[in-house]
Design a protein around this ligand. Structure first.
Ligand code: 6GU
Length: 273
């Protein structure tokens, strides 16, 4: 997979040299190019922004640096044999970035990221490239960052670990909390490793029992508990067919009950503090 990032802060993307993404690059599984948007400015001050039409606070990123940068990056990629680019524009007004979207992006051969600073990029830039390629405007959560570069790091890491051969164990994603098509998207419960006692704290006996069935059941119960506490929306959204008899017993203990529509709900007074 080829990745291009056009940014006014190339040094912000240094983490792409580290850890999983850095190793994928070193192994040739990811071909990453970071570009300085200011290379496509033509005035003394390397201006990339201007005041918004219609007035209002902040600045808007100008059309020409982005248009020239993206044309040049796309031409270079095509020249070196890449094809099928998609433009990824991080913005708090984008669609939520989910594991499902990470899987979709991981299936594309070439992603071009356009992270903005200031109030965003002149809309005509996105409209122009949308006539030539898929454009994904994505938000990484309900909070506001000063720019899209951190979102590029987030999306890149989520996508890179899905590429064939990047994670050691091919089975590693199937269990991901948000793996698409999982029976129920539950959060993962706690995990433990040696030593068996630390500062007077033991690990749950069941994990030493060697009973694979009981261990699987315990893990599932812990996942249900953690999901009910931290992400009750994930349980509410599940079809009740996603829950077996033991799941229902645990959900009942946690204050959940089946509704006639097939979903589970929890009485407000059952929410633990
Ligand atoms: Cl993708 N960009 C910015 N600037 N803020 C965000 C975001 C992206 N996602 C959530 N907040």
């Amino acid at each position: 997979m080829r990745l291009d990032v056009v940014t006014i802060f190339p040094e912000y993307l240094e983490p792409l040299n580290v850890s999983l993404v850095g190793k994928a690059r070193a192994r040739g599984q990811l071909n990453v190019h970071v570009h300085d948007l200011r290379e496509w400015t033509y005035d003394r001050h390397n201006t990339v922004d201007d005041t918004p039409y219609g007035g209002g606070p902040g600045m808007v990123m100008k059309t020409d640096p982005w248009g020239d940068a993206l044309d040049s990056v796309l031409a270079d990629g095509y020249d070196t044999g890449s094809h099928g680019p998609a433009l990824v524009v991080p913005t708090p007004s984008g669609r939520p970035f989910t594991q499902e979207l990470a899987v979709e992006l991981s299936e594309r051969p070439w992603l071009v990221f356009a992270p903005a600073r200031y109030e965003g990029i002149d809309r005509r830039v996105v409209d122009e490239y949308a006539t030539r390629m898929p454009v994904y405007e994505v938000s990484i959560g309900d909070y506001v960052l000063a720019g899209g570069e951190a979102a590029v790091l987030v999306v890149t890491e989520a996508v890179a670990r899905l590429l064939p051969g990047v994670l050691g164990n091919a089975e590693s994603h199937r269990d991901d909390s948000f793996a698409p098509g999982a029976m129920a998207n539950l959060l993962e419960g706690p995990v433990y490793t040696k030593p068996p006692e630390w500062r007077g704290r033991d690990i749950p006996d069941v994990l030493l029992s060697g009973h694979h069935g009981r261990i699987a059941r315990w893990r599932r119960d812990e996942a249900l508990k953690r999901t009910a506490a931290n992400r009750p929306d994930l349980i509410e959204r599940c079809d009740s067919a996603a829950f077996d008899k033991k799941d229902r017993e645990m959900l009942s203990i946690l204050g959940w009950q089946p509704a006639p529509d097939g979903r589970f709900w929890r009485r407000p007074e059952a929410v633990e503090e």
